[in-house]
Design a protein around this ligand. Structure first.
Ligand code: WTA
Length: 656
């Protein structure tokens, strides 16, 4: 990579070009080639996607309509039939890939396992037959609450195989959060494990499931399928709970993939928004499959020899699209890691890279910032020469972290793809293509072919270059979410009416602020709604506030984000107590713990500030803008004239 400077008038002027060697072998070799693809897609998106769908996926039956767009509801490849599990497995079995590693799993403590495409296919077929035996059929929702072990991917693919939509719940969520998600999805069966390893301790997953569904809280759940991982004793309820290792020898490995309609639901995945409970984002079969497939191929420039590692958890969309579906659909080797960097093993990521000769490495800016803190000695003591491409996802990356990644991990040799996208978009939307796009540290650069992204004002008009605005998408794309599970109105309101539709023109509202520079590069600035991104995880302020208020000591709570050097944001909660309560250190601790129990450790506030009152407008709305300034120790600026009681501000500033 070479470095040069362009006159842009921005703070960040560095530009990095892919090496000639990288570009010459890449899937997309130059900016011209990207531009041609982009122009072709823009001129005729339907033909663009239809050609790719025909080339890249297996179809049991061809579609008759590429796109049926009844804003804001889209259907892609209508009339067609395919199966995601078939595309990820069966079609590779008749090629040399049959005995290629599909999943390489590195577990804790020190376990490992490799599954070839043939082996993975066999296990998925058996798992699918076990699900069938337990009464799961097409259309039945299956909850998956698993550690990062191959069976998590196997369960997902088994669901896809028989047409049972899966609803994966991140293994770090609490029993309460699991209950809400299983109940909303009306799950018929739950796949879990006795436990999972997290930072040298066992997470008791099965026990959490027991709590989540106790006392008929989720009456639709008939069976629980349990994978043995950590081996401790757990309760197994006869008739309801079944060990996978007991069933596996009894089920056949023959399970043909069910032809699914393009628009049959593939999965539901819950994510946080500004209001209410997390919403179930619905993705369907063919469009999602195509989008995950194409984006993986383009962005990670997959070659047959690559060892590809995405460090996300399968409980998030990144794990769905870029550990399981995208890589396997392409016949790639995907590394899956159960561990996480921790004080007892801070170099573990670099050990995995060295052990398996990882060539493509995809992680979150939070992890990079944590590595910077741990020191460059750790990666420098490992052989990272196999790496050829690096990626980031989940939050804005600050230029300093980008430069460290580029220099210390990429040895100034590996292109970095900063990928902007969301649970709702199914796959990456804005990103460099590694052999084509010059990169600027901190910019996700340009939209992919077929993605008409824009930065607009609240009337939907494009704003001039370098002015801040709202990030939107102007045309449907195959990977877009189809609806909010069970609540199409919420889908319409949240994403399509924020900017009022005009003359049949609908804009997808992402909830992020952004600016576009004179080179057409996007700089994503972060959420513009009441969502906080903590360590790359999306959390709704309202969810955390509800959790706090559910504690008997709390009268009222307001939660805001404060910039944090490593996690991007830290959660700060302003809490007013019931009149009989004293603000103590113990109570603050208890409240943090309580939020952990209600939602999960990722939602635990870093800071609890007790206060007699919260700043409100005369109409009773909490003024978060003020709280954000106070939380980050800044001067309260802007208009405070609508504040009902100005003395509240002084008290808050003084601290509690
Ligand atoms: C943020 C994760 C800046 C953004 C895939 C978005 C990013 C939210 C980037 C979605 C990036 C994701 N640069 N911000 N490269 N990638 N985000 O649904 O605020 O967990 O709206 O999907 O993460 O989070 P989600």
């Amino acid at each position: 990579m070479s470095e040069s400077t362009i006159e842009s008038g921005l703070q960040e002027k560095r530009v990095f070009y892919p090496s000639a060697e990288f570009s010459s072998q890449a899937q997309v070799k130059s900016l011209d080639e990207y531009q041609q693809l982009y122009d072709r897609a823009q001129a005729d998106p339907q033909t663009f996607w239809a050609e790719l769908a025909e080339q890249e996926l297996h179809w049991f039956q061809p579609w008759h309509t590429v796109l049926d767009w009844q804003p804001p509801f889209a259907q892609w490849f209508v009339g067609g039939q395919t199966n995601v599990s078939y595309n990820c497995l069966d079609r590779h079995l008749t090629t040399w890939r049959r005995n290629k590693a599909a999943l390489i799993w590195e577990g804790e403590p020190g376990d490992s396992r490799t599954l070839t495409y043939a082996q993975l296919h066999r296990e998925v077929c058996q798992f699918a037959n076990a699900l069938k035996q337990l009464g799961v059929g097409k259309g039945d929702v299956v909850g998956i609450y698993m550690p990062m072990i191959p069976e998590a991917a196997i369960a997902m693919l088994a669901c896809a195989r028989i047409g049972a939509p899966h609803s994966v719940v991140f293994g770090g969520f609490s029993a309460e959060a699991v209950r809400d998600r299983l109940a909303d999805g009306k799950a018929k069966l739950v796949v879990t494990a006795d436990g999972g390893w997290r930072k040298d301790a066992i997470v008791p997953l099965k026990t959490q499931v027991d709590r989540a569904i106790a006392d008929g809280a989720v009456p639709t759940v008939e069976n629980v399928l349990v994978v043995r991982r950590t081996g401790q004793d757990i309760d197994m309820q006869p008739g309801r709970d079944h060990w996978w290792h007991d069933l596996q020898p009894t089920v056949s490995a023959d399970c043909p993939a069910e032809p699914m309609d393009s628009e049959d639901v593939l999965f539901v995945l819950y994510t946080s928004g500004s209001t209410g409970k997390p919403k179930g984002v619905v993705h369907t079969t063919a469009g999602y499959n195509l989008y995950a497939h194409m984006t993986t191929k383009w962005i990670f420039d997959l070659q047959d020899t690559d060892v590809y590692w995405c460090t996300a958890d399968v409980g998030w969309i990144t794990g769905h699209s870029y550990i399981v579906y995208g890589p396997l659909s392409n016949g790639a080797t995907s590394v899956m890691y159960e561990g996480a960097p921790r004080p007892s093993n801070p170099g573990c990521f670099w050990d995995v890279v060295e052990k398996y000769g990882v060539t493509i490495f995809y992680t979150a800016p939070t992890a990079i910032r944590a590595f910077i803190k741990m020191g460059s000695d750790l990666p420098q003591a490992r052989d990272l020469s196999s790496l050829r491409l690096l990626g980031t996802v989940g939050e804005p990356i600050n230029p300093e972290a980008w430069m460290w990644y580029h220099t210390v991990i990429g040895k100034e040799r590996c292109p970095i793809v900063d990928t902007w996208w969301q649970t709702e978009t199914g796959g990456v939307m804005i990103t460099p293509l590694p052999g084509a796009t010059p990169t600027k540290p901190g910019s996700a650069t340009r939209p992919l072919p077929g993605i008409l992204a824009d930065v607009v004002d609240l009337d939907g008009n494009s704003v001039p270059d370098n002015e801040g605005g709202y990030l939107v998408v102007r045309h449907p794309w195959p990977g877009m979410m189809r609806t909010v599970y069970g609540d199409p109105d919420r889908f319409r309101r949240t994403y399509w009416e924020h900017i009022p539709p005009k003359d049949g023109r609908y804009l997808y509202f992402a909830g992020d602020g952004a600016r576009r520079d004179e080179d057409g590069y996007f700089w994503v600035m972060g959420r513009v709604d009441d969502v906080i991104n903590v360590a790359g995880h999306r959390l709704g302020t309202m969810e955390i506030e509800s959790a706090l208020v559910s504690h008997p000591a709390v009268a009222e709570a307001a939660v805001v984000g404060r910039p944090d050097e490593v996690k991007g944001n830290e959660i700060v909660a302003f809490v007013t107590l019931e009149s009989d309560q004293e603000p103590t250190e113990e109570l603050a601790k208890a409240l943090k713990k309580h939020v952990g129990q209600e939602i999960g450790a990722i939602a635990r506030p870093g800071d609890i500030r007790f206060s007699d009152a919260l700043p409100k407008t005369r109409s009773g709305k909490i003024m978060r803008r003020l709280l954000r300034s106070i939380a980050s120790g800044q001067e309260v600026s802007g208009d405070t004239s609508t504040l009902e009681d100005r003395s509240v501000l002084d008290k808050l500033r003084g601290g509690a």
